[in-house]
Design a protein around this ligand. Structure first.
Ligand SMILES: Cc1ncc(COP(=O)(O)O)c(C=O)c1O
Length: 453
């Protein structure tokens, strides 16, 4: 492709992006396609010779876009909504253009250093201590895997006999259990601790479980506290959990993948109270911080344990030591490293802390307003408190009717909701978090729910 052609198609692509961002509602949030439709619509063999960019862009518009679930649609209120904000998109475009690989400081100094700078700003905004060392992973699942691998290294240094066991609440994300699987410790290395009636881990039950395991000759080594659980966004009592962890020398990992972002608004600083005692913490700017997928911020106060766990330097990657030259490959599994920090830097600078906090504050307000409407409606009931921007409620009917109701709302293409199960009942889960979601979008979803019900 000549520079002139690149310029022409580049402008065309940017124009398409600008129109897409201006009118996200032109596309249904949930596509009407069936499994296999796109595969059937595309050639089975790749092209022998190159094709014109005009044809490729046309197929993107007519075949690919209709087969997408639109996470950048303001009606996306399923799972945890995300956003590729315009500044984030620009950062991602430019990162791709310069295409560095931050294996070592030397292979891309700016990749390594911008990661420290952006995560440093974020750490301060979340009220975490300066000794927390930050690095970027793709997902919270990867961040938690690294945390638990380090926790195991720390436990091995403590010596002792018996099988290793770890703890998280029964509402914790499945990535904690999966980390145990991936690390070869099996699913049964995780004890799922009961929660109270607001879905927060019971510290007393944690202490009891540790006591039982010690009596059985097992070796407790790690506890994960969640700030913003996946189903209801409940916040575990981190100070009490931290105290128990300290008493038993457990590694404390805090999963703040979703709710960590809320602490950018000072009134939500309480969410990470006690997290200053954590050994590691994860929060995902690609959830509620308007940063395009993927970007997970991982912090640890014990980077030396990560290094001990993962540092392995083959000859071809040896480089001169310098106290300020961090080689991030020494702290985790991946060698290659995308320039993810650039899009985060664009987002943080373009919005500023207050700009992000303002959206978060507004969206928690919409969630509370919806909660009040649900509470006042005779045909609906709410099943969990609403600390942030997720409302869990149900139509007073069978599970089947609730699932059918979600399906009918989703089929309108105006809203996309998902479900969870609480107290054994199917619950509608409405999660506000896309940068474009306004009060009107939330009220529209509520109208749809009532009319479809
Ligand atoms: C609390 C929590 N932790 C971790 C994850 C996993 O996130 P990721 O998709 O970045 O691995 C999720 C996903 O929604 C989550 O809700």
């Amino acid at each position: 492709m000549s520079p002139e052609e690149f310029r022409r198609y580049g402008y065309e692509a940017v124009d398409w992006i600008a129109d897409f961002l201006a009118h996200p509602e032109r596309h249904p949030v949930l596509p009407q396609c069936q499994p296999g439709d796109l595969i059937d619509a595309l050639p089975a063999q790749g092209p022998e010779t190159g094709e014109p960019m005009s044809a490729i862009l046309e197929d993107f518009r007519t075949l690919i876009v209709p087969a997408l679930t639109h996470w950048n649609h303001p009606g996306f209120m399923a799972y945890f909504a995300t956003s590729a904000s315009p500044p984030g998109i620009l950062g991602e475009m430019l990162a791709t253009a310069v295409n560095p690989n931050g294996m070592l400081w030397k292979t891309a100094p700016a990749v390594t250093e911008l990661e420290q700078v952006t995560l440093g700003w974020l750490r301060e905004w979340m009220g975490l201590p300066p000794e927390f060392f930050g690095m970027i992973h793709d997902t919270a699942s990867s961040s938690t895997l690294h945390a638990i691998a380090a926790a195991r290294t720390a436990a091995d240094a403590n010596e002792g006999e018996g099988r290793l066991v770890m703890y998280a609440s029964e509402q914790a994300h499945s990535s904690v259990e999966k980390a145990g699987l991936a690390l070869g410790m099996g699913r049964d290395c995780l004890r799922k601790i009961p929660v109270d009636d607001e879905f927060r881990m019971h510290p007393g039950a944690l202490a009891d479980a540790i006591g039982r395991d010690l009596a059985d000759g097992l070796r407790p080594f790690c506890v994960t506290a969640t700030a913003g659980t996946t189903s209801t966004t409940s916040v575990d009592p981190i100070p009490a959990i931290a105290e128990i962890a300290a008493r038993h020398r457990l590694w404390l990992h805090v999963d703040a993948a979703y709710a960590g972002a809320a602490t950018l608004a000072p009134e939500f600083r309480w969410v990470l109270e006690g997290a200053e005692h954590a050994d590691s913490l994860v929060m995902n700017p690609h959830k509620w911080m308007f940063t395009p997928v993927d970007l997970s911020a991982f912090y640890t106060r014990r980077p030396e344990v990560l290094r001990q766990t993962f540092s392995l330097v083959p000859e071809y990657l040896r480089s001169a030591e310098h106290p300020r030259a961090v080689n991030l490959m020494d702290y985790g599994v991946p060698l290659g490293r995308r320039f993810r920090a650039l899009k985060l830097w664009f987002v943080l600078r373009s919005y500023g802390r207050e700009g992000i906090a303002r959206i978060i504050r507004a969206q928690t307000g919409y969630a509370r307003e919806l909660a009040a409407l649900v509470d006042a409606h005779p045909d609906f009931e709410r099943l969990a408190p609403v600390p942030f921007s997720v409302v869990c409620f149900r139509f007073k009917g069978t599970d089947e009717r609730n699932l059918k109701l979600i399906e009918r709302v989703n089929a309108t293409g105006r809203a996309f909701l998902s479900h969870t199960v609480l107290h054994g009942k199917v619950v509608i889960r409405l999660a506000i978090g896309n940068m474009g979601t306004t009060r009107e979008h939330v009220m529209d979803a509520w109208r749809l729910l009532r009319s479809e019900a």
